[in-house]
Design a protein around this ligand. Structure first.
Ligand SMILES: Cc1ncc(COP(=O)(O)O)c(C=O)c1O
Length: 369
């Protein structure tokens, strides 16, 4: 079976540096808010081309604290509207709701699966104060259009970069996740807030530390949300190879696209149809996920399983149909694209540790459909 994401194989590529880094932290006797975190924050800010990076405990916390900080800064108030794609992972939307802000759910583009930047004005209300752009599956949203729209309408542009480590942020603040399966994955949970705003950065640091800047002096009702020293040390090791690994992901994605479309050698097509993800040289993509689409998704998943290929669905139930949001405070109209995607998307294995044989096998299975 070709596993969807064998993290043991992926992390083996970082040995012995990874184990050495962990051992160094264990022996140091210092596990939180120390040199390792400080180093990683500096490295990651530089990698992103931004001035500040604050390590936090998860991607969800990064998002929650960005909105909380903008409320403290007076840029957002209870009940303000935030435009967010309807087809994202629920964490994006939860972070808005948790701050007593109202998510306004926007339909994605059928081509990119990202928020349809040309239709943003459809979702604008007198209360709209921010956009949360999600670079879903690792594909960058339409940067120029988003920046222009945010500027013209005086909106904060916040990025959910959980799935797009390797793509340079461009908004007011970006939230990253270092969940183990992400392109830059820790050995547990982790996240970061990246920005060019020193005031925001200090606030995030305080909020993640019980709202305290100085020990036992608490200015805000904060959280306990810090990136720990072991995760930071591991992430510093892994960051060094992120560009190389993202390049490998891109090569595999191109092989899938070309391989699936070359029907030479395919004997007879199965009665299943699928569409491949869009590839466009002008859109940055770190291929966090390679997501195909089919109206016969479940049969396709079964077919791939029988061929020895494990697949996953990102995501089978859109946030607005989750029990968590039953009677919840969401604004949306009909969401036919979002709902169709939930029934039709299928993620196939794609990661930098795949062998040539595995890649060929996936190409062959795609070609056969
Ligand atoms: C788009 C998106 N936003 C937010 C998150 C939340 O990140 P975390 O799992 O680190 O809390 C994730 C990942 O799970 C995600 O994919």
């Amino acid at each position: 079976m070709i596993p969807f994401l064998p993290l043991n194989r992926i992390n083996a590529a970082f040995e012995p540096e990874l184990s050495e880094a962990i051992s160094r932290v264990v022996k140091s006797g210092w596990y939180l808010r120390g040199k390792e975190t400080e180093n990683f924050e500096k490295e990651f800010a530089e990698f992103c081309g931004m001035q500040h990076c604050a390590g936090v405990a998860s991607g969800l916390d990064a998002l929650i604290m960005i909105f909380a900080a903008y409320k403290i800064l007076g840029k957002l108030n209870d009940g303000d509207h935030v435009i967010v794609p309807a087809n994202t992972y629920i964490a994006s939307i939860m972070a808005i709701s948790k701050n007593n802000l109202i998510p306004v759910l926007a339909e994605p583009s059928e081509e990119t699966f990202n928020i349809n930047a040309n239709k943003l004005s459809d979702y604008l209300t007198p209360k709209t104060k921010a956009i949360l752009a999600v670079h879903l599956y690792g594909r960058q949203c339409e940067k120029e259009i988003l920046l222009k729209f945010a500027k013209e309408n005086n909106l904060l542009l916040i990025e959910d970069s959980a799935q797009s480590a390797g793509i340079k942020p461009f908004g007011d603040a970006a939230a990253f996740s270092f969940y183990p399966g992400k392109n830059l994955g820790a050995l547990g949970d982790g996240g970061a807030v990246v920005s060019n705003n020193g005031e925001l950065d200090s606030l995030i640091r305080m909020l993640g530390n019980y709202g305290s800047e100085k020990k036992y002096i608490n200015g805000y009702l904060g959280f306990n949300s810090r990136l720990d020293e072991i995760q930071a040390a591991a992430l510093s090791v892994k960051l060094k190879k992120l560009n190389e690994h993202n390049k490998k992901r891109n090569e595999i994605a191109m092989r899938y696209i070309v391989g699936a479309m070359t029907n030479v050698g395919a004997r007879r097509a199965l009665p299943l149809r699928l569409s491949l993800p869009l590839h466009d040289d002008n859109i940055s993509n770190v291929w966090h996920l390679f997501v195909i689409r089919s109206k016969q998704r479940d049969a396709l998943q079964k077919h791939l399983f029988e061929k020895g290929i494990e697949t996953l669905i990102h995501y089978p139930v859109p946030p607005h149909l989750q029990k968590a949001y039953k009677g919840g405070n969401l604004i949306y109209n009909k969401l036919p694209i979002t709902e169709a995607l939930a029934n039709e998307v299928l993620s196939i294995p794609l990661h930098q540790a795949m062998s040539d044989e595995e890649i060929e096998k996936v190409c062959g299975a795609l070609r056969a459909v």
